[in-house]
Design a protein around this ligand. Structure first.
Ligand code: CTP
Length: 467
């Protein structure tokens, strides 16, 4: 085990702890990640005594290179050394009250400290004192659980989750991130304690959701959220996608599992968190726009627009950023049908120009999302869609090279229109401007100033405006 503690910071902590005559361990995620071969820069150190005193001594030994921050209220301290962050805390025993995540904390032993941790694999400790340097302390069989890819709480899971309900989200996130399984008793306890999630802040929940979405196969996390009943409480709009109704013998696909297939598929090509969110939300408007028509069967008309309108409220409630990230996701949700429709029809230059104009710099992300959206089980259909998509991509490239409409700014401004025709700011100015834009996008005139000016005069004449 000593091999894993080669960084000289561990020797310095070891010396400092011995000088203070205190037991000291590296614990938690850092130790877990050693065994999982996931290098980590966040080191948690537990000392049976004062974490702050030990941190001060370590910082003094490191001299100027290190940066010490003390959090007196929490009884913790942090030492930063280059890109390493070491948190020092005294071993604790905790007792919780029902309505708060904030426990009553008392000094405790290493065992007390390990007892209060979330999962056996996160309760592993490596001793740092010189005479026991590298000795593993694993009271709950964490190593065995690591080998078997199992997530299990050290204590009765009802206590562990009720004490700190965020751990339910963490367990599901670790399943998704590490490909581990929730041991059945642990899983059942999440289902039993799900209502306790209400004492967790929306920000913390969003943080875990982001980590699930950033994992290699996010569907694992979302299926567990659904199965434990947490999804209904934290993200009911997503749960509403679940189910496949049948009427007069006509069914539709289950949009929950379809959405997850799209998200997993997209994740093979991008780590962009907000593009991944767009995949998760692309069909969010379907339940509200679902209709049955005897002739057409099931339809979801305008579900993209309905979805786009739902997003501000969802982002606000879930404490997701309501800035340009929201706008980006809205744009992709609104536009997500366009490339598919194009690939089904004959692709006109004008339709391609309009798509480029509307998507702007996000066109490549939109195309990636739409390609992931092809999840049909019929291989012929998938093949046909994919080859049509190639055609759309080729056309997009050609038209962009030729017409440069991706970040198109109309060559004639509203100001110029007003000055030319001596008009105040009014609807007519808007109309002339829009007609010029449409003419360029439809390929009636080139994207050039002179052509636009000439066209402007024609439109003005038609509208009875005299210059
Ligand atoms: N921990 C816990 N319950 C929590 C949060 C943390 O028991 N709600 C314990 C676990 O032992 C965990 C350690 O504190 O390993 C450190 O927590 P943190 O740094 O948040 O998580 P990591 O497990 O290191 O994993 P990650 O950084 O991926 O969140």
């Amino acid at each position: 085990m000593k091999d894993f503690l080669q960084n000289k910071i561990f020797n310095i902590i070891s010396e400092a702890a011995d000088e203070q005559n205190q037991e000291c361990y590296v614990i938690g995620g850092f130790v877990r990640d050693i065994f999982l071969n996931r290098p980590s820069k966040d080191i948690d150190v537990v000392v049976v005594g004062s974490g702050i005193e030990l941190a001060k001594r370590v910082a003094a030994k490191l001299g100027k290179k290190a940066n010490l921050s003390v959090f007196k209220n929490f009884g913790t301290a942090q030492v930063k050394l280059n890109d390493l962050e070491v948190e020092f805390v005294g071993a604790r025993r905790e007792s919780y009250q029902r309505d708060s995540r904030n426990p009553i904390v008392e000094d405790g032993t290493l065992e007390d400290d390990q007892n209060r941790r979330d999962f056996t694999i996160n309760a592993l400790a490596l001793c740092l004192n010189k005479d026991r340097f590298g000795e593993l302390v694993d009271p709950f069989g964490g190593i065995e659980d690591l080998k078997n890819f199992v997530l299990r709480t050290p204590l009765n899971p009802d206590i562990t989750f009720s004490d700190d309900p965020l751990r339910m989200m963490r367990g599901i996130r670790f399943s998704s991130q590490l490909g581990f399984f929730l041991e059945s008793n642990t899983f059942d306890a999440i289902a039993r304690n799900k209502e306790r999630i209400e004492i967790i802040s929306k920000e913390r929940i969003a943080e875990e959701l982001n980590k699930i979405i950033l994992s290699r196969k996010p569907s694992i996390g979302f299926i567990l959220l659904e199965k434990t009943g947490l999804l209904e409480l934290i993200f009911p709009e997503l749960l509403a996608l679940k189910g496949a109704e049948t009427k007069d013998g006509v069914g539709h696909k289950d949009n929950f599992y379809h959405t997850l297939a799209v998200l997993d598929g997209l994740c093979e090509h991008t780590d962009n968190l907000w593009l991944r969110w767009a995949a998760l939300l692309h069909d969010i408007g379907k339940p509200r726009s679902k209709r049955f028509d005897a002739r057409m069967g099931w339809t979801f008309h305008n579900h993209n627009f309905v979805g786009e309108k739902m997003l501000p409220e969802i982002f606000k409630r879930m404490k997701l950023p309501t800035n340009e990230k929201l706008k980006y996701v809205q744009k992709l949700v609104t536009l997500h049908m366009r490339p598919i429709v194009l690939s089904e029809e004959e692709v006109t230059d004008s339709a391609i120009r309009r798509l480029l104009f509307d998507a702007g710099d996000d066109i490549d992300d939109l195309m990636m999302l739409c390609e992931a959206d092809i999840t049909s089980k019929n291989p012929d259909k998938v093949k046909r869609f994919r080859s049509n998509f190639q055609l759309v991509r080729k056309k997009l490239k050609e038209i962009e090279e030729k017409d440069k409409v991706r970040n198109f700014q109309p060559p004639i401004s509203g100001q110029e229109i007003m000055e030319t025709f001596n008009l105040p700011a009014c609807a007519t100015v808007g109309e002339i401007k829009m007609r010029i834009k449409d003419a360029i996008l439809d390929g009636i005139i080139p994207n050039e100033y002179e052509a636009a000016k000439k066209y402007m005069s024609e439109v003005a004449k038609e509208l009875g405006v005299n210059g």
